[in-house]
Design a protein around this ligand. Structure first.
Ligand code: BG6
Length: 509
């Protein structure tokens, strides 16, 4: 399809940014992959852009004694994963502020020692007793760590003191409605809701935030953003990678818990919500919640699960899910999950939202496709080749190749009135240059600033679990024939059938 590029005005420089208060970021589970691959590079990118406070420190906490290797290892992550030059002048002074503390997560004594250690760092680095705890640990430790922080007197500021304590909790937040409620209760018993930052890194992605800008900062899209003009919406989070050695985790999680219930539902809420009256956390969360609560219970017949078998990915042979390390050879776990959702409100009634998330698909692409209603084409029917014009589409490419395309029909040059679809294409990289942001920059910064707009709220987490828990229960009861798609394809046939039953098909990505 021919492409027409959108010309872009010179990018506007960032507005003056707020700087967080002096603080220590304390990462529990710091020996894990996330800390090295994402968190430290993100913190360093903030430092490079002058967005970290001058008085600042990072403390990695884990069970093993890694005091000798932690800082060099994190530096390696910043340089290799974060694309930073080793000679970058800010790097050496930053690394001096990267510290390590070993303790078991069930050791009360260890927490008291950590408390004293952090107080010493306050004196050394001027961090004023402000703490941002980051729980990058397996979910079974969330509640315990928070409880021990409370017991050691670290979860709240001292009485009369003006310092702050905040806690970022990684996903998955629960494994179903019951466990999410229990976890919320346990966490809320120690921390007030405004101290809790439940992270979903998709909300840190520029392209996800841009959905709101695209809709609400432009005059031309919002008037047609409803059931009068839109036929249906597709949201896809496709990964070509498999489970990458995370067998035990994935055996518990599966595609529905891992991506559909959280990342996809966050994106869906931005696509579907009403304009909030401000970007304050309460205003945005209230609108998101209305969307999730307006979704009709999902019949299991409107869902599809799949599991990859052996296949070919990027020209190389790939094993099936059941042959992956530490996976049950008869596993019923879904590596593909899809559903048809109905948002029963005035804007969306009658417009299905088809959502899917999966591992080992044909390519890595996360995209939202808004498919508009077909106009009457009678006028063009007589011309050969004009019958397959296809509807107008807005494709929001969340990643990779971030951008937005608008598909419309154009006259093919020539003596007859033939119409062909063309794309008007906006590319982030071309317009603004390549961003090194991995999503965590923005979210870490917001948490340090105390801004919870891009974090999940208790009610939201429970609303999405309420939708999907019956599906998980129904899937658990009924065994199906798995694997049912080959690695490197677009998933099981049932996924195509889900749309075909409505006379539709997934848009080619
Ligand atoms: C994580 C999931 O939350 O998101 C992973 O646990 C998944 O399984 C990842 O690969 C996808 O994130 P991104 O940013 O690469 O789309």
């Amino acid at each position: 399809m021919p492409n027409t590029e959108v010309s872009v005005n010179t990018p506007v420089p960032h507005k003056a940014e707020r700087k967080p208060d002096p603080c220590i970021v304390v990462i529990f589970g710091a020996s894990g992959d996330l800390t090295k691959r994402k968190l430290l590079p993100a913190l360093y990118h903030l430092e490079q852009h002058g967005l970290l406070p001058h008085d600042f420190a990072v403390v990695g906490v884990a069970r093993r004694d890694l005091s000798a290797t932690f800082a060099p290892d994190m530096k390696d992550g910043i340089v290799k994963g974060g694309g930073v030059e080793e000679s970058d002048p800010k790097l050496a002074p930053f690394m001096e502020r990267v510290q390590y503390f070993a303790t078991n997560f069930d050791d009360d004594e260890g927490f008291l020692k950590l408390k004293a250690y952090l107080a010493d760092l306050d004196t050394k680095f001027g961090t004023k007793a402000n703490r941002l705890f980051y729980l990058a640990v397996a979910p079974e430790f969330f509640a315990d760590i928070i409880q021990r922080l409370g017991k050691a007197g670290m979860a709240t500021p001292a009485e009369g003191a003006s310092n702050w304590v905040r806690v970022i909790i990684e996903k998955p937040f629960g494994t179903d409605l019951k466990s999410a409620r229990k976890l919320n209760d346990e966490v809320n018993a120690v921390l007030s809701e405004n101290q809790i930052f439940r992270i979903d890194h998709y909300l840190g992605k520029e392209t996800v935030q841009n959905i709101l800008v695209f809709r609400f900062a432009n005059g031309i899209f919002e008037p047609v953003w409803n059931r009068n003009y839109i036929d249906h919406v597709e949201i896809t989070a496709a990964e070509s990678i498999g489970i990458e050695g995370r067998g035990p985790f994935y055996e518990q999680a599966g595609a529905l818990r891992d991506v559909l219930q959280n990342h996809i539902m966050e994106v869906l809420s931005f696509v579907a919500m009403e304009p909030p009256d401000s970007f304050a956390a309460e205003a945005v969360r209230a609108e998101k919640l209305k969307v999730w609560r307006s979704i009709e219970p999902i019949p299991v017949t409107d869902t599809v699960r799949g599991q990859y078998g052996p296949g070919t990915v990027d020209g190389k042979p790939a094993v099936g899910y059941r042959e992956e390390e530490r996976v049950n050879p008869e596993s019923q776990q879904a590596t593909f999950a899809a559903a048809k959702l109905h948002i029963e409100n005035w804007r969306w009634a009658g417009v299905p939202f088809y959502v899917r998330a999966a591992k080992r698909l044909a390519k890595r692409v996360t995209e939202v496709t808004i498919v508009f209603k077909q106009p009457p084409l009678h006028l063009f029917k007589t011309e050969a080749g004009s019958s397959d014009i296809g509807p107008n589409l807005i494709s929001m490419r969340i990643q990779p190749d971030e951008g937005i395309a608008l598909r419309f029909g154009a006259k093919v040059p020539g003596p007859t009135t033939n119409v062909a679809p063309v794309n008007m294409d906006f590319s982030y990289a071309k317009a603004f240059g390549k961003s090194s942001a991995n999503g965590y920059e923005r979210l870490l910064l917001d948490a340090m600033l105390g801004d919870a707009t891009l974090f999940a709220h208790r009610d939201g987490v429970e609303a999405t679990w309420a939708l999907y828990t019956p599906i998980l229960e129904a899937w658990a009861k009924e065994k199906i024939d798995l694997p049912n798609y080959a690695a490197g394809t677009w998933g099981p046939k049932a996924s195509d059938d889900l749309l075909a039953a409505d006379g539709r098909a997934w848009t080619e990505l």
